[in-house]
Design a protein around this ligand. Structure first.
Ligand code: F0G
Length: 470
């Protein structure tokens, strides 16, 4: 392939550094509790970083979801909330923003991404149908399974290899997909579930060439193609950076072209769209829209608010516009990459190339002496918190859950701990502190013990599971 090497691509930023295209107007104090207090908090949380109190956290890299700093314009928009039950003016602003930037015809707001996943899964999956996707996401797959769907992973093999430098590790393997369609028959495929970027693979992008070919394949068999647009803006940045012909194309143009190959999208606006709460669903098919608009009333709220206040819809409409600015995306991914490069320089094993929203530590190599059944990525998240008060998240065997058919653990190839960077929140100095903490935990890796799970909830166990030290 004629793609540039993603590892040296930081150089494309030129000799001069990037800087955030904003300055700070309001600050929120941070506090670090003592090591003894952290040890107590961690044990009380069952070694699960989801169960920590945020007051006990110093730098919070649990997620980039709903943790963004909103702009002064978004906060101003909050005061212009039209809190009418029906027909709020803010809904129409949101609808216009989605139509303008993403290009879909019909819009349904939801309280967040999984609300949208629930509706599309209920409306578009019949029991026993397959839902092929480029790797799974936790909530996405669960809603597909609850609707009777069978998830099938059709991502390229490179995505499961943390050291492969493939520039588009989120791509769908069209051969795998076509084999599935031929084996099962097109009527057994509910739709293709495409995510840009792929969270569980390390925030890895899908190329424009791949989605174009995917569209052609779907058309050949009459299969629908829906997009998880949660981090599509970040995906567009990688296309601009890595795919021939897009270097001069604005992010907004790339997003719109990409979405144009799909039949609709669901969105967790808590990521790209720079809000603390919100989501949406958008489709081109009128009949499907009517069904979704009807379902949203049952589960979320009327179709002009979808479980949100008018002010939230306004902040989202403004956030969509801001999220498409090239300098915003460049600084956002630049910061993630800065952290990734520090760790790479220190030979700490991470998923390469560094993705859009997070640096993923490769816990399998980090704790080479721990078997996967002892939750190495969960151990790493716990140890990092203990060392420094930094909160990260497990993305390995605990997150993968169990196969609904057999009840066995899924044993994912990737056993990762995610350092997720909120948008517009932390500074470069925070990234330095994080890198130094990871280094300290890495240096102490050999005397670290594993964990066993002592409480396991039925759904999305990683959120609430509890562990004990072995
Ligand atoms: N799709 C993707 C790719 C996601 O990353 C998420 C959430 C969702 C859908 C669901 O959206 O949280 O608004 O209901 N990811 C968060 C994370 C939770 O930390 O990665 P939601």
């Amino acid at each position: 392939m004629s793609h540039p090497n993603p590892q040296t691509m930081g150089q494309q930023f030129g000799r001069r550094s990037w800087a955030e295209p904003w300055k700070i107007k309001m600050v929120e104090p941070l506090r670090m509790i003592s090591r003894d207090e952290r040890a107590r908090a961690l044990a009380e949380a069952g070694y699960n970083t989801f169960l920590l109190r945020s007051d006990d956290v110093y730098i919070d890299l649990l997620t980039d979801s709903g943790t963004s700093a909103m702009s002064d314009r978004q906060w101003a928009g909050m005061l212009l909330g039209d809190e009418a039950y029906a027909g709020s003016r803010n809904f129409y602003h949101l609808e216009e923003a989605i139509q303008h930037y993403y290009g879909y015809r019909y819009v349904v707001p939801t309280h967040q991404g999984r609300g949208a996943e629930h509706l599309i899964s209920q409306a578009a999956i019949r029991r026993g149908q397959f839902v092929p996707g480029n790797m799974y996401f936790t909530t996405t797959r669960l809603h597909q399974e609850l609707a009777g769907g069978i998830f099938a992973d059709v991502i390229i093999d490179e995505a499961h290899d943390p050291s492969s430098l493939h520039p588009f590790k989120g791509n769908i393997d069209l051969g795998k997909l076509e084999a599935l369609i031929r084996r099962e028959g097109a009527e057994k495929i509910a739709y293709v579930s495409l995510a840009g970027t792929v969270n569980m693979a390390g925030g890895q992008p899908v190329s424009m060439a791949n989605v174009r070919e995917l569209r052609a394949l779907c058309d050949r068999y009459g299969v629908r193609l829906f997009l998880d647009a949660t981090r599509m803006v970040e995906n567009a940045f990688f296309i601009q950076e890595r795919e021939p012909g897009y270097a001069e194309t604005p992010i907004a143009t790339i997003v719109k072209e990409f979405c144009g190959y799909t039949d609709g999208a669901w969105m967790s606006a808590k990521k790209d769209n720079l809000v603390n709460i919100g989501g949406w669903l958008a489709v081109n098919d009128e009949q499907l829209f009517e069904e979704l608009r009807n379902l949203v009333v049952v589960f979320e709220g009327l179709h002009t608010y979808g479980g949100l206040a008018g002010r939230d819809l306004e902040a989202m409409a403004i956030g969509i516009g801001e999220s498409m600015h090239d300098d915003h995306v460049r600084a956002r991914i630049g910061q993630v990459r800065y952290l990734g490069e520090l760790l790479t320089d220190w030979a700490i094993p991470i998923v390469q190339p560094v993705g859009g929203h997070a640096v993923f530590l490769d816990a399998r190599r980090f704790y080479a002496h721990l078997p996967q059944a002892q939750f190495p990525a969960q151990v790493l998240a716990a140890e990092l918190y203990l060392d420094s008060g930094i909160r990260s998240m497990e993305r390995g065997i605990a997150s993968a859950g169990r196969d609904p058919a057999t009840g066995d653990h899924y044993f994912p190839k990737l056993e990762l701990t995610r350092l997720t960077i909120p948008r517009r929140v932390y500074t470069q100095a925070h990234m330095d502190v994080v890198a130094e903490a990871v280094k300290a935990v890495y240096d102490a890796r050999e005397c670290t013990h594993g964990l066993r799970m002592v409480y396991e909830p039925k759904y999305l166990r990683f959120f609430q599971a509890r562990f004990e030290r072995l």
